[in-house]
Design a protein around this ligand. Sequence first.
Ligand SMILES: O=C(O)c1cc(=O)[nH]c(=O)n1[C@@H]1O[C@H](COP(=O)(O)O)[C@@H](O)[C@H]1O
Length: 286
Amino acid sequence: MTAPTATFGQRLRTAMAEHGPLCAGLDPHQSLVESWGLTYDLHGLRAFTGACVEAFGGHVGIVKPQSAFFEVFGSAGIAVLEEAIRDLRAAGTLVLLDAKRGDIGSTMSAYAAAYLGSSASAPADALTVSPYLGFESLRPALDAAADNGRGVFVLALTSNPEGPSVQHARHDGVSVAESMVVGAAAENAAALATGDLGSTGLVVGATIGTAAHDLGLDLAGVNGPLLAPGVGAQGGTPEGLRRVFGDALPNVLPASSREVLAAGPGVPDLRAAVARTNEDLARLLH
Ligand SMILES: O=C(O)c1cc(=O)[nH]c(=O)n1[C@@H]1O[C@H](COP(=O)(O)O)[C@@H](O)[C@H]1O
């Protein structure tokens, strides 16, 4: 498979300008699948995913399928995920696979090959990665992404209530979250020099209030995309994003899964939910 000619950061910037910043989550929760009148089995998973692909493909800048909801169904579920990744990308929509991979170097190399490598079976445009074995343990994923025009999103300040106990902890006076900010900024330095958005993003929850500010983090200085999950179902609001991100707002990808998906099963209703959210976000940004 040939690597895209533009970097992930460049392609994401273009997609955000064309469609708006919303990252639509593709999370086939049992309760959502059933609320669409589908059975929670492989047949229901296929129908749910197919409707999302039809609704979002070509209409949303970037879609984030959550791997766990497909893994639940074993290899047949993963085949549904791989088909969705291929179909969304064929429709011109970027795909951020949310699998939060993180391991020691040699194993991380295999994950990097599986999801970001030149021979990956259904490569996404970007992958969420977990840095809690140390930022540098992600090196194989960072390098594979750079070599193949793809991106990674490193967990920094997550939306769950347990996150701060690890992410706010300090070592030699530097918070764990700040070490992710510094690491990502270093990866994106070359893009900064050419005026491009970098391809190493961070995950910073829409629900964290003033934590980034309180920790003294320079999120704008990362020069990379900032995925902000938690809009909608977890209580994050477009207005609240300004408080969380300040001057880094133009690089933010607000992510919403359950709230957007609750508009289904109709494809026009899903598209309308996406358009509404993007309009709210556009008002916030201007
Ligand atoms: O990496 C993520 O996407 C993520 C990070 C985080 O800090 N919090 C978080 O909720 N997520 C993901 O965002 C999705 C939840 O979206 P909602 O249904 O909109 O709450 C799930 O796929 C989570 O795994």
